[in-house]
Design a protein around this ligand. Structure first.
Ligand SMILES: CC(C)(COP(=O)(O)OP(=O)(O)OC[C@H]1O[C@@H](n2cnc3c(N)ncnc32)[C@H](O)[C@@H]1OP(=O)(O)O)[C@@H](O)C(=O)NCCC(=O)NCCS
Length: 174
């Protein structure tokens, strides 16, 4: 039985985290994005998490602060999940799911009220995500509706949230 520990990332993990993102996405964009996001105002250190499998970094997840542009919704504390990555050799062992669940749990403890994610419509609903369309929450770019999802961490948090959700500028989504 392998041991899985999820903990906050620290500086000594940066290189391993870069490699996890690079290998998982098979390109360097996401790895470079994480390097940029660490210096962003949207960065939340407690939500930059590393998964250690038998003591070795094998997975990574980051949630960053998101702004809702609806004036009535600007106070709602929202986070965006991106990226989540697991080393190809360690995928399908539940590490990605464990990172997502742990991250959402910590975010709830920190007082975040909702999370959004742009991703595969078959993966994220397992964690409670539903199409963000349900609350009228959109991105400024056109994406297929089922791929942009949201989850209320505090029941009812997104009731009056209709409008555009803005990720940190580092994401390059204007
Ligand atoms: C997505 C990812 C983080 C999942 O990590 P993981 O540790 O393999 O996930 P888990 O073991 O918890 O869950 C595996 C399940 O997710 C499904 N799954 C994995 N990646 C998926 C994807 N991109 N789309 C849809 N389903 C996916 C698997 O089919 C499996 O489903 P099953 O349990 O019904 O068989 C990992 O596959 C990865 O790093 N992918 C490359 C990077 C990426 O696409 N990240 C997400 C976008 S930000």
């Amino acid at each position: 039985m392998q041991s899985l520990i999820i903990r906050q990332e620290n500086q000594a993990d940066y290189e391993a985290v870069y490699d996890i993102n690079k290998l998982a996405f098979q390109r360097e964009e996401e790895a470079q994005l994480v390097d940029k996001l660490r210096n962003s105002g949207a960065f939340i250190p407690e939500l930059s998490l590393v998964a250690l499998l038998d003591g070795q970094p094998a997975g990574y997840i980051l949630f960053t602060a998101v702004q809702l542009d609806n004036v009535a919704a600007q106070h709602i504390k929202v986070i965006g999940l991106a990226p989540v990555a697991v080393l190809p050799s360690e995928q399908n062992k539940g590490i990605g799911g464990a990172l997502i669940r742990k991250g959402l749990e910590i975010a709830t403890q920190l007082g975040y009220e909702a999370a959004i994610v742009l991703g595969h419509e078959n993966y994220y609903p397992v964690f409670g995500f539903e199409p963000a369309e349900k609350w009228g929450v959109k991105l400024s770019i056109d994406v297929p509706s089922p791929n942009f999802m949201a989850l209320e961490l505090k029941p009812g948090a997104l009731r009056n949230a209709a409008g555009i959700a803005r990720y940190a500028p580092e994401f390059g989504i204007i």
